[in-house]
Design a protein around this ligand. Structure first.
Ligand code: E4P
Length: 215
């Protein structure tokens, strides 16, 4: 499974990239706003750090404008893909952009039917938001199983990005469901490395090693 980081913070991206595990980056308008910058500037900066897919969200409401905005965003760097929110205009824009070789990441996916339509329109990625489903008392993980099952049944090439991840267990769920990618916030990536038994083991090895040193 590929690991993307879900942030627009450059320091976090640099740190995780230095671990050698980072395959790409997703941003959204809320994450960009948190950094006090704009999407064009920030994705250009991210592309200098990470050699992998980077999502930049187009915000035009009408499909013709989405297509224009998507074309402009894709010109920033070869690794940029255009994030579009699931709706009819986005399907129309996806059809055009994908036919021009511009990758689309259909975001705000909350049902397998939405994912199926995005795949049929030519989306390179779909982003089911599992944490936001958990927030309203539903099992977000079920959605991952359903989408991966549907895509497997019909051999769609569209890649599933597990998004809106809130815990290391969500990452495990994504991997067990067979998602191609999980886009993970910085704090969850830190939690994925940690284990109390590892810390305990390191402390014991250090103390035993000290005993073996010649006085
Ligand atoms: C995905 O691409 C989105 O940026 C993100 O995962 C949304 O997560 P949230 O529900 O925590 O805002």
């Amino acid at each position: 499974m590929k690991i993307f980081i879900d942030t627009a913070n450059l320091e976090m991206i640099k740190e995780i990239n230095s671990w050698g595990i980072l395959d790409g980056v997703t941003t959204n308008p809320s994450l960009i706003a948190k950094e006090g910058t704009d999407v064009r500037t920030r994705v250009k900066e991210i592309a200098k750090i990470v050699d992998g897919p980077i999502s930049a969200e187009a915000m035009s409401p009408k499909w013709e404008d989405m297509v224009e905005e998507g074309r402009e965003l894709s010109k920033i760097h070869k690794n940029i893909n255009v994030k579009l929110p699931m709706c009819i205009d986005s399907l129309k824009a996806t059809k055009v952009l994908s036919s021009e070789g511009i990758d689309v990441n259909m975001t705000l996916i909350f049902s397998p039917q939405q994912a199926l339509m995005a795949a049929k329109a030519g989306a390179k990625y779909v982003s089911p938001f599992i944490g936001r489903l958990d927030d309203i008392g539903m099992y977000g993980t079920d959605l991952l199983d359903q989408i991966c099952g549907v895509f497997d049944n019909y051999s769609y090439d569209t890649e599933v990005i597990a998004a809106s991840i809130r815990s290391p267990v969500h990452v495990l769920d994504a991997a067990l469901a067979g998602c191609d990618i999980a886009t993970i916030p910085y704090d969850i990536l830190l939690k994925m490395v940690a284990h109390p038994k590892t810390d305990e083991g390191i402390a014991k090895f250090i103390s035993d090693y000290e005993k073996t040193k010649k006085k």
